[in-house]
Design a binder for this molecule. Structure first.
Ligand SMILES: [Zn+2]
Length: 254
C-alpha cells in the first residue's frame, strides 16, 4: 500500500518496460522467476554449499538488482525479496526439513553502506523471510556475518583474483555460529548475484569456522557460467552498467 501511494505521488514508471505506474508492472512481474535451480559456478570453489539462483543475471533481474542497490530504489526490495523467497523455498525443499532456517546475508562493507545509505541484501533478505514465514516455512534473517578489513572492489576480477582478494574478508559474530548450531538451525548464505562463488564461499567459511551449519547459498541471480580465459592480452572488462533502467531487454534464455 505504501509503495502504491509513493508511486502515485511520484508518478513512477516500470523499471522494466517504462510503462507509467508501478515500479514493476504486472506484466514484467509475471516474467520474474518463481523458483530456484542449482547454479554451480565454473570453476567452482572447492567445498561450496549447494548454490541456488532464480535466473540469469541479465535483463529485468539485472536492472532490479542495480536500481535497488546502486540507485536506492528501495521499493524494489519487494520484487527482489519475492524472487529470493522462491529460491530459498526450493533450496529448503531440496535439503529436507530442519528445525529452522536462518538467512545470513553477505555483508556490505560499512563504507559502502554509508555511501548507499542502506544495506540492500539485508532489506531483500527480510522481505524474503517474511514471505517464507507466510508460506509456513520457519525462516529468520540473522546478521551473523561482518565484513572485515578493506577488500578491493570485486568487479572485473576473475576467479583466482577474487578468492585471493576475499580470503579472511568476513567473520562471524563471536559465538553466534555455535549458538545457531546448538539450536539445530541450518544456515543459508544469501546474496544478490552469484558470480564466481568466491564471495559465497568466503561467507560459508566464516560461518563454518564459527561452528554454524551451512546448507546452501541462495541468490536472486547468477551470471552465465564463467568461461576459462586463456592468457588474454587484455584484462577482463567491467560489466556494462545497465543500472539506468528502461533499457530494452529480453528474458534470460530468449
Ligand atoms: Zn513493465
Amino acid at each position: 500500500m505504501h509503495d502504491a501511494l509513493l508511486d502515485l505521488v511520484l508518478g513512477s514508471s516500470c523499471v522494466g518496460c517504462g510503462r507509467p505506474g508501478r515500479l514493476v508492472c504486472p506484466a514484467c512481474w509475471g516474467t520474474l522467476p518463481a523458483g530456484g535451480h542449482a547454479a554451480w559456478p565454473t570453476p567452482c570453489p572447492p567445498g561450496l554449499a549447494l548454490p541456488f539462483a532464480g535466473g540469469e543475471y541479465d535483463g529485468l533481474l539485472k536492472v532490479l538488482v542495480n536500481a535497488h542497490k546502486e540507485h536506492g530504489q528501495l521499493a524494489l526490495a519487494r520484487p527482489l525479496g519475492w524472487v529470493l523467497a522462491h529460491v530459498v523455498r526450493d533450496l529448503v525443499h531440496q535439503q529436507g526439513p530442519r528445525a529452522g532456517w536462518l538467512l545470513a546475508p553477505v555483508p556490505s562493507r560499512r563504507a559502502v553502506v554509508r555511501r548507499r545509505g542502506h544495506d540492500p541484501m539485508l532489506r531483500v533478505s527480510r522481505r524474503a523471510a517474511s514471505l517464507l514465514r507466510r508460506w509456513g516455512i520457519d525462516v529468520r534473517v540473522a546478521r551473523l556475518l561482518v565484513a572485515r578489513a578493506v577488500t578491493a572492489d570485486q568487479a572485473g576480477l576473475h576467479a583466482d583474483a577474487r578468492a585471493a582478494n576475499l580470503a579472511g574478508a568476513m567473520r562471524c559474530r563471536a559465538g553466534a555460529g555455535r549458538q545457531v548450531r546448538d539450536a539445530g538451525l541450518a544456515v543459508i548464505v544469501v546474496d544478490d548475484v552469484l558470480t564466481t562463488g568466491s564471495t559465497a564461499r568466503e561467507a560459508q567459511r566464516a560461518l563454518e569456522a564459527s561452528g554454524a551449519r551451512v546448507l546452501g547459498v541462495a541468490t536472486v541471480a547468477a551470471t552465465r557460467k564463467q568461461v576459462p580465459v586463456r592468457s588474454s592480452p587484455h584484462p577482463p572488462s567491467r560489466e556494462p552498467d545497465y543500472s539506468g533502467g528502461s533499457l530494452p531487454f529480453s528474458r534470460p534464455g530468449d
